[in-house]
Each structure stands twice: as structure tokens, then as C-alpha cells.
Design a protein around this ligand. Structure first.
Ligand code: FMN
Length: 194
């Protein structure tokens, strides 16, 4: 991956490492993100934003359904991060064998997490290479808990055998971002019935 002193400072803005699940039609999926942030400070207006690269399978499902579920993870969940965050759901069902319940809109709510937040997309912003989804929190679930899996903790505790794949994926994503940084005039048309 490419970095420099200014980018190392930008990395301090990383959010906790979360699992994002999605569903459209008969396909479910999960991915990992460290760029989901609180988007309102009022408990009566509960909102989060998620920045999702356009080439991810999750992007297709969230764009079509207008739904996603964000899970705060604990430090015992590195293998889930590897399962969901290192390969694409286009190549197989990444949720196979993982325990979950369907949420209010049928999006998987993972049993193991600190907390799960079911979101309905309200609006989007185009970033060229990614879409920023603004979501309203429709339901919150508490999981078994544990110590929060933060981005610095993830980087410090990434097993050495996953290091090479992590850096290669990071570099590939940086290349796509560098080639697609021009903003597109694209508004979210709303959910497509499944
Ligand atoms: C720690 C970590 C953080 C990540 N953060 C993001 C992110 O903020 N946005 C994003 O689009 N992808 C992020 N990714 C990459 C996706 O999780 C990964 O490419 C995933 O395989 C996409 O799966 P999909 O194609 O099945 O949707 C992250 C991956 C890891 C391991």
C-alpha cells in the first residue's frame, strides 16, 4: 500500500472495524469497513453514514435494497474480518455457516457482535470510486459484547499470514480510487423491489 506522513494522520479518522451485511432478493452478503460514522447527535434522529466502494458486491445489494446492517465487532472476531473483508461475495456465500437472524427488512443480523444497527438508506453522496450511504437506524440489537475491535487494534493484531493479502487488497483499492476520483452526477433512485 502507498502511504506518507499526511495519510498516516488521515488514518487516525478510521472508525471501529465493523461488519456490514446486506440482502437483495435471495442473495445475502457481508463485508468489513472502518469508515462508518455517527451522522447525528440526537437520540431521536439516529443516523450513520457508510462509505462503500462501488466495485464491492455489497454496494450492488445496498444500492438496490436501500438497506444494510452495521455490526460493532469485538476483538475475538478477527477470523470474521478475514472471512468478510478479504474476498468478494461474488465468488461465494461468505455468510455460509455464520449464525444470523433476518432483521426487520430481511437483512442478516449477526448473532456474534457487540451491537447491530439496522439501517434504511435515506440518501447517498457520490465520491467517484465510492458511495456514501446515509442511513436511519431502524433497530438496534445488543450482542454478547467484548472489547471493541478498533482499526489500530486490527492493524496491530493482524495475523502475519494475512498481512500480504491485506496489503495487496489495500494497494489494489488505492489504484482504483486514484483512477476514479471524479464525482459522478448520480442520485440514489430509491430501492428496487425484490
Ligand atoms: C479492516 C478493513 C476495513 C475496510 N474498510 C472498508 C471501507 O471502509 N469501505 C469499503 O468499501 N471497503 C472496506 N474494506 C474492504 C471490503 O470489506 C472488502 O473488499 C470486501 O471483500 C468486499 O466484499 P464484497 O465484494 O463481498 O462486498 C475493508 C476491509 C478491511 C479488512
Amino acid at each position: 500500500m502507498k502511504t506518507d506522513p499526511a495519510y498516516e494522520l488521515l488514518r487516525l479518522f478510521a472508525s471501529p472495524v465493523v461488519a456490514i451485511t446486506s440482502r437483495w432478493g435471495d442473495r445475502t452478503n457481508g463485508m468489513i469497513s472502518d469508515s462508518v460514522i455517527r451522522a447525528s447527535i440526537s437520540p431521536s434522529v439516529p443516523r450513520l453514514t457508510a462509505q462503500i466502494h462501488k466495485w464491492h458486491f455489497s454496494h450492488d445489494l445496498i444500492w438496490k435494497s436501500g438497506r444494510l446492517c452495521v455490526h460493532l465487532l469485538h476483538q475475538g472476531q478477527l477470523s470474521l474480518v478475514h472471512r468478510l473483508g478479504f474476498s468478494s461475495g461474488r465468488d461465494g456465500d461468505k455468510l455460509l455457516g455464520i449464525q444470523y437472524q433476518p432483521g426487520v427488512a430481511g437483512v442478516p443480523v449477526l448473532a456474534d457482535c457487540i451491537a447491530a444497527f439496522e439501517l434504511r438508506v435515506l440518501n447517498t453522496m457520490d465520491a467517484g470510486y465510492a458511495t456514501h450511504f446515509l442511513g436511519h437506524v431502524e433497530a438496534v440489537h445488543s450482542g454478547p459484547g467484548g472489547d471493541l475491535l478498533t482499526a489500530p487494534w486490527f492493524r496491530a493484531n493482524l495475523p502475519p499470514e494475512w498481512q500480504e493479502a491485506w496489503l495487496a487488497n489495500y494497494r489494489k483499492a488505492q489504484e482504483v480510487i486514484e483512477q476514479h476520483s471524479t464525482i459522478e452526477d448520480r442520485r440514489w433512485p430509491g430501492p428496487v423491489p425484490d
